[in-house]
Design a binder for this molecule. Structure first.
Ligand code: NDP
Ligand code: 8X3
Length: 255
């Protein structure tokens, strides 16, 4: 059987990074993506050394549609058979109410989480049609519920939820599977980014309970992708035991 290939957006940290490792361990070739080139290059070397894995770098900001199109236009023939796309790149920026919201933060979230996901997906569909591939969209519990001051982030993830359903309806006849994985609180760089680089405050988010780890979500993504051809997992919601709902965490109770 020929070796399979996955393109994962946002592999330079967190969920994307753990997912790249898990797919490499399972003998996939990996197309790595992110804006921080130093991390991408280091990651490629690590994966190659640890798993003897072939990697290809997608040095592109997913918000830049021209850069996304240019990447696929130059993609060498031997990397064009892509079996799986994991739409993972994303972020939250800020935790203010709408009245005090920062417009640049809103634009960053909408441009990355929604438009970036659409740009990469649109460019990939012709390739995925050839392999009868699989798209895994990383949504969030924030795409299923809303919580105070989550406003625009929750809005973008609700849109990911809608797009996940839209893609599944549109692409079923082409044999492309479409799934979403929707986590609650995972300790990654997510809160550092959301809180504008304040590492102390970000650490507090995860204090007093057992949050999810990036590896938990990578395991779920692998579960979704490794089902038999006739089985599609439409969506998964995965929460820390201590987080019964979006925006609610039970702290200091040993959970
Ligand atoms: P991290 O901040 O650790 O990772 C985010 C990744 O996305 C990084 O690799 C970053 O790379 C990349 N990224 C961000 N913007 C862009 C861009 N414009 N172009 C390309 N890559 C980009 O956070 P997580 O791993 O937690 O987040 C991954 C996904 O999971 C996101 O979609 C997030 O919304 C979702 N999620 C996270 C949860 C959590 O609690 N952590 C819970 C639910 C969902 P770089 O900066 O190098 O570009
Ligand atoms: C991030 C998870 O619980 O902070 O998507 O909304 S949560």
């Amino acid at each position: 059987m020929s070796q399979k290939t996955v393109l994962i957006t946002g592999t330079t940290s967190g969920i994307g990074e753990a997912t790249a490792h898990l797919f490499a361990e399972n003998n996939y070739r990996i197309i790595l993506n992110g804006r921080r080139n130093d991390r991408l290059e280091k990651q490629a070397k690590e994966l190659e050394a640890k798993y003897n894995c072939s990697t290809y770098l997608m040095h592109a900001d997913v918000r830049d549609n021209d850069a996304v199109i240019a990447f696929f236009n130059q993609l060498p023939e031997n990397w064009q058979n892509i079996d799986v796309l994991v739409n993972n790149a994303g972020l939250a920026a800020g935790l203010e109410g709408i009245e005090d919201g920062d417009i640049d933060n809103w634009n960053r979230m909408i441009d990355t989480n929604v438009k970036g996901l659409l740009y990469v997906t649109k460019a990939m569909i012709p390739l995925l049609k050839k392999t009868k591939g699989h798209i895994v969209n990383i949504g969030s519990i924030a795409g299923k519920e809303v919580y105070p001051n989550g406003n625009v982030y929750c809005g973008t993830k609700h849109m990911v939820d809608a797009l996940n359903k839209a893609m599944r309806r549109e692409l079923a006849e082409a044999g492309i599977k479409v799934s979403s994985v929707n986590p609650g609180a995972v300790e990654t760089e997510f809160s550092i980014v959301r809180l504008d680089g304040d590492e102390e405050k970000a650490k507090n988010v995860y204090e007093g309970f057992e949050n999810l780890m990036a590896q938990d979500i990578a395991d779920a993504i692998w579960y979704v992708v490794s089902r038999p051809r006739h089985v599609n997992i439409n969506e998964l919601i995965i929460m820390p035991t201590a987080q019964p709902a979006a925006g609610t965490v039970i702290k200091n109770k040993g959970l």
